[in-house]
Ligand binder design. Sequence first.
Ligand code: LMR
Length: 394
Amino acid sequence: MFHKLTPPPPDAILHVMQMFRDDPRSDKIDLGVGVYRDATGLTPVMRAVKAAEAHLVATQDSKGYVAMAGDTAYHAAMADLVLGGVVDTDRIAAAATTGGTGAVRQAMELIHTADPAAQVWISQPSWPNHPALAQSTDVPWRPYRYYDVQSGGIDRTGMMADLENARPGDVVLLHGCCHNPTGADFTESDWADMAAFLDKRGLIPFVDIAYQGFGDGVDADAAGLRHLAARLPRLIIAASAAKNFGLYRDRAGLYMVICPPEERDTTQAMMAWLNRSSTGFPPDHGARVVTTILNDPAMKAQWLDELGEMRARVNSLRAALATALRRQTGSDRFGFLGAQKGMFSILGGTDAQIARLRDDFGLYLVGGGRMNIAGLNEPAIDRVATAIAAVLAD
Ligand code: LMR
């Protein structure tokens, strides 16, 4: 049997992670996988998380199974964080998942189960795992243009021209904030235009929000998604607590379906059943940490402070790199870095140029030139700018 296997395709992000680990140079810089790092290069455990974990150690009296869709208190806390109360609870079906990746995967399973003919439209570019997850769940997917390399902004004309080809009942995958990999986010009016378009064409939005709080703040980052939730009859949401709670390895994710109340119970039952037939009971520790923090005013205030510090650090690294590149290149060619949101930006570049940044300068970027800004540190900014100017500036 196993001799019939062929090697799986390399994952664009994990491949970079492995190459970085294998590189013996001490001055190498990991700008690949999307994890936050502090000034010392550490991905810290947040203080609010430590406090919640200490509380759990002291009070938790069982590790018995919870429920197939996870803990309803977690659903409620996350629904409140993401949706801010804009929809009635009788319209929300939810299930805890194995991280944000599990949320996207389970949502794809649900789409496939509900309507195998529905196509999912995915931005070009997007997180490489989006098309991979569609493919592995047999969901047909189509790309839509998204990024305008020249302006460092959204290619609105291309996007709408492509989405014109969507059929009623198709699903449009959008990034709630901090678009991965481009950092180019919708404005308020883009969200309003998109909501009107989706409504008119009978399309269902699927919002992946993995970086809430890394752009402009937890509420500001969810404003577009909330607009869709309030305005449209149906919406799918995949949310992750990996980045904003720093719970990467604990795999705390959740997906929600907003639908008319009469569709809610069957949808909820199917979401629980889909968990059963994939991972079984979802992981609980990270989810319980999140619930503990969000339901305790002091812990929540502390978490919001720490998240604000992370956001401020990413934004100041963005600004510093944009300034250093302006100095190095004598142009505003990389000015978009300062204006974009979240951990990622796309610098462009051929495979050979990305390899040169890696081999000659020890800089690890994902193919296509995706850079994790949160992997930078202040002392390295000039060195990074010099390398980028030398390899990519023409
Ligand atoms: C990323 O985009 O680098 C992160 O979301 C990590 C991952 O799972 O790909």
